[in-house]
Every structure is written in C-alpha cells, then in structure tokens.
Design a protein around this ligand. Structure first.
Ligand code: NAD
Ligand code: FES
Length: 278
C-alpha cells in the first residue's frame, strides 16, 4: 500500500498527488512512469513521474480525471492509500547537452514535459519553454517551469493569457529567429499538436522528441496494448519509449489505436456515475 501525502486540484479535472514510494523515488529518471491501481482488481493507470524527492521517499503524479479509473484515483484524499504503484517503467529521457532546446507543452501534456525540461536544464541546456492551453485556467506549472527556463512563453486559444493561438505559433517565431532557433525540440501534448510540431521542424532538420501516450495495460512489453509504429517498425511505448523521434512516428496508426476503446470507456464512466448516485 502506498500513502497519499497530498492531493490538490491544479486545474479543472487535473490533480497533483504526492505519494510515498521510496524505492521509485530513489530509482526514477526523467521521462519514466509508473502504473498505478487504486484497489485490487482496478484498472491499471500509466502515469508519468512528474517529480521525485528521494529524501522524503515521495513521488509526484499529475492525474487527469477523464475516465472511471482516474476519477476513482483522484478521489483518494491525503492520508489515504493506493493499492499498487509499480515502477519506474520505460526508458528515461535522452538527456544530452543539445545547446538550445525548445520544450513545448500542450494542455495536460505540460505535466509530462515538466520533468524532461527540468532534467534538460540541469544538464546545462538553455531551455526555451512554450506552454499552451484552451484558456488561462488550463495553463499549469508556469511558475515551476519558469524557475529553470531561459524564457517561458504562454499561448491560449481564447487569448485570456499570453499569445492568442496554438503553441506552434511561438515555435514558428523561434525557428525563424537565428538567435533563438532550437537545436532540439521536446514536445508533449495532444497527438495533433505533436504531429504539427513534427511537420514544423522536419524541413529544418531539427531533432524532435515526442512523448507518446498509447493505451497501456501491463507496462512490461507483454500485452502489446501500447504498440506504436516507428519508422515502419512496431515498438512498445512502455519498454521502448514513451519518447520517440517525432519524425519517425506513424501518427495515423497512433490516432486509430487511441480511439479503439472509446465506447467501453464511456460505458465504464456511466456505470461508475450510476454507482455513485445509488
Ligand atoms: P488541448 O486539446 O486543450 O490542447 C492544448 C494545447 O495544445 C492547445 O491549446 C494548443 O496550443 C496545442 N494544440 C492542440 N492541438 C493542436 C494542433 N492541431 N496544432 C498545434 N497545436 C495544437 O489539450 P488537453 O485537453 O489539455 O489535452 C488532452 C490531450 O492530451 C488528450 O488527448 C491526452 O491524451 C493528451 N495527453 C498526452 C500526453 C502525452 O504524454 N503525450 C500526456 C497527457 C495528455
Ligand atoms: Fe503492454 Fe506495453 S503496455 S506491451
């Protein structure tokens, strides 16, 4: 059992949870994730390790309550317990001294970007961060990211904060400016955003890494649930990723596979809400 140290609402339907998991906190590297189960028999939920405090033996998780299982997880208060926290899983972020890196976070993907950007800054890179969301209330971690970023730009689709539009508008300006043109780009967010960024950087030959979030079940490379196609070859995001070269990702297959269980998820949510009302 793993104790929940704190549980706070960061944005609508997005929670930041600190969980006691000393072995994971000591071993994890940026980019890795855990698989969590609220109680015995519950659905397994893959979650990026947002941060870790090896001294306190705690990890930070960012949880978007979008389905029945994630809603149950975020309902566990501080002092409560999570049945399983398995990890760290996946390959760590490729941390190199790239020079100037652009770190781009779209919506909830910003929580996954945070540990990558922090590790890239710690390795001596100059980090230019862009985060975007539909509106001001959905912009997260701006202060935490600006603490180590050389510059932080914000975009909102409704113009309520920063530049009006998508994160790609800020990246376009960076690429066009010889003083700010990134040597590498790290992007995490909705699939259409990551695909758009891959197409933006491809003609310029800028190395681009994306973090993929296909459906995961066991997290050990055995079930095949997280299969993605990279440069025409099947890979498993849980053991070969979740980060891949954006220019090699087959985004069409990723989109198809992500929509496979939409009907079942809607049904599970309906059952959970009926059970809550009863
Ligand atoms: P959203 O749809 O509100 O988009 C957030 C921002 O991403 C937008 O404001 C915009 O700046 C950018 N964006 C979106 N579509 C774009 C496009 N076509 N071109 C350029 N920029 C674009 O995001 P949300 O609702 O917070 O996120 C939900 C999605 O993010 C879900 O699909 C979820 O699966 C995904 N997600 C991915 C990861 C990951 O690891 N890749 C992690 C968490 C969430
Ligand atoms: Fe089962 Fe990756 S989650 S193979």
């Amino acid at each position: 059992m793993f104790e929940v140290v704190s549980n706070e609402v960061l944005a609508p339907d997005l929670h930041r949870m600190q969980v006691k998991a000393p072995r994971v906190a000591a071993a994890r590297k940026a980019g890795q994730f855990v698989i969590v189960r609220s109680a015995k028999g519950d659905e397994r939920i893959p979650l990026t390790i947002g941060d870790a405090d090896p001294v306190a033996g705690a990890i930070t998780l960012f949880i978007q309550a979008i389905g029945a299982a994630t809603r149950k997880l975020v309902a566990i208060p501080a002092g409560g317990f999570i049945r399983d926290v398995a990890g760290p899983l996946g390959m760590p972020t490729e941390i190199e001294k790239w020079g100037r890196v652009a770190c781009i976070g779209g919506g909830v993907g910003t929580a996954v970007l945070y540990p990558m950007a922090k590790a890239l800054a710690a390795a001596g890179n100059s980090v230019m961060t862009v985060i975007g969301g539909r509106s001001k209330s959905l912009i997260i971690l701006a202060d935490q990211l600006s603490a180590f970023s050389d510059e932080l730009k914000i975009t909102t689709e409704d113009g309520s904060l920063g530049r009006q539009g998508f994160v790609t508008a800020e990246l376009e300006v960076m690429i066009a400016d010889p003083e700010r043109r990134p040597d590498a780009v790290f992007a995490v967010g909705p699939v259409p955003m990551m695909r758009a960024i891959a197409e933006q950087t491809r003609p310029h030959g800028i190395k681009t890494i994306v973090s993929l979030n296909p459906i995961m079940i066991d997290g050990t490379g055995m079930c095949g649930g997280c299969r993605v196609v990279i440069q025409g070859k099947s890979k498993f995001a849980c053991v070969d990723g979740p980060e891949f070269d954006a220019h090699q990702v087959d985004f069409d297959i990723l989109i198809d596979r992500l929509s496979m269980y939409q009907k079942e998820e809607a049904h599970a949510c309906q059952l959970a809400s009926t059970a809550t009302k009863a």
